[in-house]
Design a protein around this ligand. Structure first.
Ligand code: NAP
Length: 612
């Protein structure tokens, strides 16, 4: 694994000056209203969320019963469905608001879309499906089709409902099952509900004054309008040849879409507030000779190796060898992961910061090498620590700014776009007349709609999950909460988190399926953590927490630090590898922390009190 930079006395940069520059650049962008600067693409902006890919088919409301209802047809839901099928469960209904499986890969079809995590470790169940991705970093459509292939392989289309949104879950104490209502008028009863509706699903728009006044065309990148732009996710946006376009946002999505918009448009204004890091991508087709050498178990080995390295664990070799693994030691800053505990924390922090400066200097040098105009190059430089923002990778993005039809508009001093008029985007005193504004402005961060309250969950005695979580999340291992029997979450709260989210979801799905299988085997009345087990886990999360507040506070604002307001994390600080080890060991036990014994005779009075 690449070594962190060894601190050296003869540094060719002034660390204090860099710290000062980072602070100055952060202060240019901090907005006092934090997350409130955004508005949901919902309600009066609901048209931004219209599904452009699949027509909605009318159907009669369902009033039936299934054993397991899985909310969410992305990789989390699919993995849960797959593992439950493997465990022999027949009655599974998948539900999604989208018109098909795929989750984020269903919705996001913008030009240039690829997964920036290597396909061999990101795309799940490759060996089970018998598939080797065509590219090292797969295009979105290949990933979407893989999601469909998983659903077909595990017969998950059977009983599935699409274009259907759950509107509430209510626990029925008598029947020992959930009643789930939907926006289609369905009333579905289910013994178990698995909520896996994603962490970055609800698109957001900036609260730009005058946004509604704009009379030109506009859409969000997660609902790309190919009718307007022409072309496909591979590019060729011929519909833009006579159009002036503004793209707002230069995050991971902007980086991938902007080169294609630039190629198609008459003129493109890139509205940037904070530049992303843009590391080398080096995508290439899968080498068939390499693919032929793969032995059974290869994917798990590669995934485990990647997760270990990016979580700061010791690994003898680096199988993936890309930008993520090269910059691995910097990544625990977000994950608050494990790493070398032998060093004194202050010394570790000093070394981390130096390694960070070196990495970020390389990113900035690359911009000078690629971008011709020095003023544009300067404005494209990221001045913050590497893991303050989602790292970016592209070999197409930076050269885009050498095109004569592309203008970079730096909005940082104005906190973003100042306002919009009928036909223009205004930044400070400058007005940019455009025909179309494309919002690459990202998503709200949350879990399963329950945190935002858009999906109320009524557990025992009608108490809502939000009420019981008023002082912060309460769960055992992030999967389930006391008072909410037979309800599971696949998400990233109070458990191990990683940028390779599909790996994390895979281990979560394995766990949930094992618990449900054990409940079936032992005839448990329901699955629900005891008060003690839940409290013990909340204590563990608190005791293990690493104080990352200094790092997060110094970071440029973004969703990693709640736009400059968040200074702690609810994750399991030792990291995802340690978390997976912990839950795998827990599964070897009798699961009595969560399985309610089959009959009342077996319930001790105290146990009964705890559970009820
Ligand atoms: P994002 O990272 O949240 O970026 C939103 C962009 O909009 C930022 O550049 C932001 O600037 C800008 N913005 C927001 N309000 C603005 C305003 N008022 N004026 C000007 N600019 C404004 O969203 P995203 O790029 O869609 O990515 C979201 C996440 O999806 C990623 O972090 C990643 O987790 C995932 N993703 C993954 C891949 C992949 O390949 N695996 C690809 C795409 C996305 P500031 O930075 O200044 O706030």
């Amino acid at each position: 694994m690449p070594e962190a930079t060894t601190p050296s006395a003869d540094l060719d940069f002034d660390a204090d000056a860099l710290r000062g520059k980072y602070r100055h650049e952060r202060d240019r962008r901090i907005r006092p209203e934090g997350n409130a600067q955004y508005q949901r693409a919902a309600g009066k902006f609901g048209y931004y969320m219209h599904d452009p890919y699949t027509e909605r088919a009318e159907r009669e409301p369902l009033t039936d019963r299934v054993e397991i209802l899985v909310i969410g047809g992305g990789f989390g839901g699919l993995l849960a469905g797959a593992r439950l099928r493997e465990a022999g469960v027949e009655s599974i209904r998948m539900m999604d608001e989208a018109g098909d499986f795929g989750g984020t890969w269903y919705w996001n079809r913008y030009p240039g879309i690829h997964c920036d995590i290597e396909s061999y470790v990101y795309m799940p169940l490759l060996e089970e499906i018998g598939y080797v991705p065509k590219w090292r970093y797969a295009p979105g459509e290949e990933i979407r089709q893989h999601a469909v292939a998983i659903a077909e392989h595990y017969s998950l289309y059977r009983d599935a409902v699409f274009h259907t949104r759950a509107t509430d879950f209510t626990w029925d104490e008598e029947a020992v099952e959930w009643t789930v209502r939907t926006d289609r008028g369905d009333v579905i009863r289910a013994r178990y509900v698995i909520a896996s509706s994603g962490t970055l699903t609800q698109a957001k728009l900036p609260g730009i004054p005058g946004i509604e006044d704009f009379r030109g065309h506009t859409f969000h990148t997660s609902r790309w309008d190919y009718e307007y732009t022409g072309g496909s996710p591979d590019g060729g946006l011929t519909g833009l040849a006579d159009k002036r376009i503004a793209v707002v946002g230069t995050g991971a999505t902007g980086l991938q879409a902007i080169p294609h918009v630039a190629e198609g448009a008459q003129h493109l204004f890139v509205m940037q507030r904070t530049p992303s890091t843009v590391d080398v991508r080096d995508n290439r087709p899968t080498d068939p000779e390499w693919a032929a050498t793969l032995q059974p178990g290869w994917q798990r080995e590669r995934m485990d190796n990647f997760l270990a390295i990016i979580s700061g664990e010791n690994a003898a070799e680096d199988l993936v060898r890309d930008g993520w693994t090269a910059n691995a030691r910097l990544q625990r800053k977000m994950m608050t992961g494990a790493l070398d505990t032998s060093l004194d924390p202050a010394e570790r922090e000093r070394r981390d910061e130096l390694a960070d400066f070196v990495t970020m200097n390389k990113m900035r040098e690359r911009i000078d090498e690629v971008v011709d105009d020095p003023t544009t190059a300067e404005a494209l430089k990221p001045w913050y620590r590497y893991m303050c923002k989602r790292p970016g990778f592209s070999d197409l993005y930076l050269p885009t700014f050498n095109r004569p039809n592309v203008t970079l508009v730096d909005t940082a001093d104005h906190g973003g776009i100042t306002r919009m008029t009928e036909n223009a985007v205004v930044v400070g005193a400058a007005e940019y007349e455009v025909d179309c504004v494309i919002f690459a402005t990202g998503f709200e961060v949350g879990i399963s709609g329950v945190l935002s309250g858009t999906l109320p969950v009524y557990g025992r005695n009608g108490r809502t999950l939000l009420e019981t979580w008023a002082q912060g999340p309460r769960s055992l291992h992030g999967f389930y909460s006391h008072g909410f029997p037979n309800l599971f979450h696949l998400a990233s709260i109070q458990n191990g988190n990683s940028v390779n989210i599909s790996h994390v979801l895979q281990d979560q799905a394995t766990h949930i399926a094992a618990v449900i299988a054990m409940a079936g085997k032992t005839g448990a009345k329901w699955v629900e953590p005891t008060v003690e087990a839940e409290q013990a886990w909340c204590d563990t999360i608190a005791h293990k927490a690493v104080d990352n507040s200094a790092f997060l506070t110094e970071c440029t604002p973004g969703y990693y630090n709640g736009e400059g307001t968040r200074t702690s994390s609810s994750s399991f600080a030792p990291g995802p590898v340690a978390f997976h080890r912990l839950i795998s060991k827990w599964r070897e036990g009798d699961m009595s922390d969560v399985l309610a014994p089959a009959s009342d005779d077996e319930v001790s009075p105290s146990d009964h009190r705890q559970r009820r």
